[in-house]
Design a binder for this molecule. Structure first.
Ligand SMILES: Cc1cc2nc3c(=O)[nH]c(=O)nc-3n(C[C@H](O)[C@H](O)[C@H](O)COP(=O)(O)OP(=O)(O)OC[C@H]3O[C@@H](n4cnc5c(N)ncnc54)[C@H](O)[C@@H]3O)c2cc1C
Ligand code: SF4
Ligand code: SF4
Length: 465
């Protein structure tokens, strides 16, 4: 009898809640719902009787086939395709923005521009992406859109759980040409599902990826809302995660929360959002085992231009990695029509823009895999091997982040009652970890010059010999 995703993925806390398993389940017995931490996971509405194993075959955290192999099959034979282990396959790399969508979008608005262009040019019939829902318990969900205005309304980054089970079923039921936006693990799940399901294979004609450092739970949004001054968290109807201010660099964006009476609360990245993000509070455990930075299986990947020449501009700029010749062609036409202001950029700069995410998802992943083995816990197959070969201060930082990740989830539950978060108690509980992290970073600042001096001394000794 084959196990299913509940036995193998959910029980090992390796589920990101993409919903693809539930979307393809032939018995329709898998449903997606929140766990107590505000993360989506599947559950069985009745006992699985067929044990077909399809749910496991589409799960990105079960598949033994990595993005490099899958990418080779999808893109490897396309003329002009290049490959780097950090980025996966790519045809071209760009930096720029859309003139129309930049202001209302997360970065440069290139994603919204491409999605609307695909609709306008009759290349697709439907866009599937997350859109705001005005429901405090489900602020966003994946929807099927066919109007340019709705696609524009969906622009912005969603740092909130969204799942694909319903839209996957809808694609199977209603014929058409679909494009779907997704984080790297979601795109991998779609690619795995398309292998098994002819309708998905034929109808999903484009996949649009977003670079991803980590996902966040619903409780993350509640915490940041409380930090921004919202007392009644059940009354929040709308969140915008990427507000831009003309007097601030793109990196210091703000979150905006709107409640049912229309009152608004704002909080900037440097007012406590960055502490929560960088220290990985409220991040699902599955993100600790992710090695795909650039959504390697998507036809095109968009990201923020986190390099000094662009990030100082408050309006936001995209970097883009293209894998599909058709998308390359659409971008070329967009340049000719002067709808987008975009130019080629070296792939090295694209890699540099995500240096922190690459370090976390590759180098530090080796040590996390080593720790997981030590604890005799299950981890998915990855492209890096388990290793403890990393600097001592980094080891301590990785362990401390894992502790904070877990503690933030548990402490939230202890501090949350009647739709209100006791923010003081929560922050006091997290404070010792924050303090330790500050000390570690300070030590790191001193350790680097000492290492350099040691290296110079060694070189000197060798010369003298
Ligand atoms: C959880 C998360 C983590 C990210 N981490 C990084 C990072 O570390 N580094 C980096 O450079 N960029 C990261 N990004 C991508 C970045 O935030 C922007 O989405 C990207 O630069 C595109 O900007 P844009 O202006 O072109 O998008 P927009 O024009 O605003 O369009 C974005 C489109 O993506 C869709 N979308 C938004 N959120 C999601 C989601 N969760 N799942 C599927 N579709 C979605 C929207 O519905 C919209 O259609 C992340 C995004 C998310 C959602
Ligand atoms: S397919 Fe997605 S929702 Fe299903 S178990 Fe795997 S990660 Fe979780
Ligand atoms: S970090 Fe990886 S596993 Fe987590 S949401 Fe992003 S792509 Fe998925």
């Amino acid at each position: 009898m084959k196990p299913n995703v509940i036995d193998k993925i959910v029980k090992n806390d390796l589920c990101i809640g993409c919903g693809v398993c539930a979307g393809v389940c032939p018995q329709r017995i898998l449903k997606i719902q929140d766990n107590k931490y505000g993360e989506y996971v599947p559950y069985e509405t009745q006992v699985c009787s067929s044990h077909c194993g399809l749910c496991l075959e589409v799960c990105p955290f079960n598949s033994d086939e990595n993005e490099t192999h899958m990418g080779a099959k999808i893109y490897g034979s396309i003329e002009g395709m290049k490959y780097l282990s950090k980025t996966g396959y790519y045809l071209g790399s760009y930096a720029g923005y859309s003139n129309d969508f930049r202001q209302s979008s997360a970065s440069g608005g290139m994603t919204t521009w491409l999605l609307t262009e695909l609709l306008k040019e009759d290349i697709i019939d439907y866009v599937i992406c997350p859109i705001s829902q005005k429901d405090s318990e489900k602020l966003f969900s994946f929807e099927v859109l066919s109007e340019e205005n709705s696609v524009k309304a969906a622009s912005g980054s969603v740092y909130y759980p969204v799942e694909m089970s319903e839209v996957i079923r809808r694609i199977q039921e209603i014929p058409g040409r679909y494009v779907i936006t997704g984080l790297p693990c979601f795109i991998k799940a779609l690619r795995l599902a398309a292998r098994k399901n002819r309708k998905l294979r034929e109808r999903i004609v484009f996949t649009v990826g977003l670079v991803c450092g980590q996902m966040k739970s619903k409780n993350y949004t509640k915490y940041i809302a409380a930090l921004a001054g919202n007392n009644e968290l059940n009354k929040i109807q709308n969140v915008y995660y990427r507000g831009k201010s003309p007097d601030k660099p793109a990196t210091n964006y703000y979150y905006q929360f709107i409640d049912e009476h229309g009152s608004q609360n704002k909080i900037f990245w440097n007012e406590g959002v960055s502490e929560t993000w960088v220290n990985r509070w409220f991040t699902p455990n599955s993100c600790n085992y992710c090695d795909d930075v650039f959504a390697e299986l998507a036809d095109v990947t968009f990201m923020d231009a986190w390099i000094p020449e662009y990030s100082k501009n408050s309006q936001g700029t995209n970097l883009v990695l293209v894998r599909s010749p058709k998308v390359l062609d659409i971008i070329q036409k967009g340049i000719e029509k002067a709808e987008i202001n975009i130019s080629k950029i070296s792939v090295e700069k694209v890699i540099k823009s995500q240096a922190g995410v690459i370090e976390f998802k590759r180098k530090q992943l080796s040590y996390r895999l080593y720790l997981t083995k030590q604890k005799r816990l299950k981890a998915p197959e990855k492209r890096v091997n388990a290793s403890k070969d990393i600097r001592i201060l980094k080891k301590r930082e990785i362990k401390l982040k894992e502790k904070m990740q877990e503690e933030s989830k548990q402490l939230f539950l202890r501090c949350y009652q009647n739709n209100t978060l006791d923010i003081k108690t929560f922050r006091a509980g997290m404070h010792p970890y924050v303090k330790q992290m500050r000390q570690l970073r300070l030590l790191g600042k001193f350790a680097l010059p000492i290492q350099i001096i040691k290296k110079i001394n060694k070189l000197g000794e060798r010369k003298n010999k």
